[in-house]
Design a protein around this ligand. Sequence first.
Ligand SMILES: [Zn+2]
Length: 53
Amino acid sequence: MNYTATREALNNKRSGSFACIVCDAEVHRWSGRHDFFDWTAQRMASPVFGRKR
Ligand SMILES: [Zn+2]
């Protein structure tokens, strides 16, 4: 699953991580003067099938 997040600059250092809510794989880990929040799963684009001629 792909995710988008909002990145915010902070005055203080912070670290954190976010794991996939489906498979629990780590999506992103960060540390420093920024934080990530508002994680949203991206809906997969529907597959495109060829047409029989
Ligand atoms: Zn996943």
